[in-house]
Design a protein around this ligand. Structure first.
Ligand code: NCD
Length: 318
């Protein structure tokens, strides 16, 4: 087996061969998802619980569809309306759920590190669906699958990640993944939206779109994460759009065959012009959503294989 983890908490612990194994399996699930009968058996008999402590539309729906297509019993916990409101701690909630014997726990949480902490307390395989500003591994994997399918490779590409890098777990996971696969990563945005000590990540940093996009194969736009800001990061949305919003003129600095990506949800007219986002010749935003389901099926399938192997009495897997 080429993927030997109990949980999927981040890109950081993954080896390049493990990333490739997930993407290869995901490719086969893309075919399944495009067929008329979308039914696999990899998760049959398993219980998947989605715990989203932060609002989510596409990620939660994507994990739910992925689990159902592979035969899992899927339950969504409405965490906003739950006993968290009554003061229960994250760990108590986790232990309560653990007693119901779930096999897969998909967790999104506003605090960086919360999902790792939870993974230490439960028997299920835990998948991080985004924790604070830390990691969002399935997003980086679905982005990688989209890039690999569109560009025919996932190495020696120049990828410009643009916008609100400082607040973005998507940026962090993508920087890690693209670096492991030997691509050139550029970060483009105002200095106020760059994390401290960013140069340690082996990336190039630009504060203007012209230089940052020059010759790029992939232009990845990020949402301005207003909910994680307490004011003062940008002068105004108008000014931000003028300097950093992706429009046809700024995109013309990139390679003529460059693809445009965005993890969603988009702020049209803030970080991206609506016509660019909708241009099917450049934008792969809908493909990203499609790849998301396949990547999550692949990740849960691989984790379930390890779970079953670990439960088998003769197992040597740790
Ligand atoms: C991202 C997230 O939640 O981190 N969205 C997503 O998973 N589709 C990015 C964002 O919220 O801007």
């Amino acid at each position: 087996m080429t993927f030997r983890h109990r949980h999927l908490l981040g890109i950081e612990p993954l080896a390049p061969a493990e990333i490739t194994a997930i993407l290869d399996l995901a490719d086969s699930y893309v075919d399944l998802n495009r067929s008329s009968v979308k039914r696999g058996t990899a998760l049959e008999g398993l219980t998947q619980i989605n715990m989203f402590f932060e609002a989510s539309t596409r990620t939660q729906a994507s994990f739910e569809i992925a689990g159902k297509r592979l035969g899992a019993d899927v339950m969504n916990m409405a965490m906003q309306a739950s006993s968290i409101k009554k003061g229960e701690t994250l760990i108590d909630t986790a232990l309560t759920l653990n007693a119901m014997h779930p096999d897969l726990l998909v967790v999104r949480h506003p605090h960086s590190g919360a999902v790792n902490l939870l993974a230490e307390k439960v028997n299920a395989a835990v998948l991080n669906a985004g924790d604070g500003k830390h990691e969002h591994p399935t997003q980086a994997l679905l982005d990688a699958l989209t890039i690999r399918r569109k560009k025919g490779r996932l190495h020696r590409l120049t990828v410009a990640i643009c916008g609100d890098i400082a607040h973005s777990r998507v940026a962090r996971s993508n920087i890690l993944l693209l670096g492991k696969m030997e691509n050139r990563v550029r970060l483009v945005g105002p200095p106020t939206l760059m994390p401290a000590r960013i140069h340690e990540f082996g990336v190039e940093v630009f504060d203007n779109m012209h230089a940052g996009l020059e010759g790029a194969d992939v232009v990845m736009m990020l949402r301005l994460q207003k909910e994680r800001m307490d004011g003062g990061f940008i002068p105004s949305e108008r000014e931000y759009y003028h300097r950093f919003g992706l429009d046809a003129e700024k995109l013309s600095y990139a390679r003529a065959d460059a693809i445009v990506m965005h993890p969603g949800p988009m702020n049209r007219g803030v970080e991206i012009d609506g016509t660019i986002a909708d241009d099917i010749n450049r934008s792969v935003i809908q493909e990203q959503v499609e790849m998301g389901v396949a990547v999550r099926m692949a990740a849960m399938d691989l984790l379930a294989r390890n779970l079953r192997a670990a439960r088998a009495p003769e197992s040597v897997l740790v």
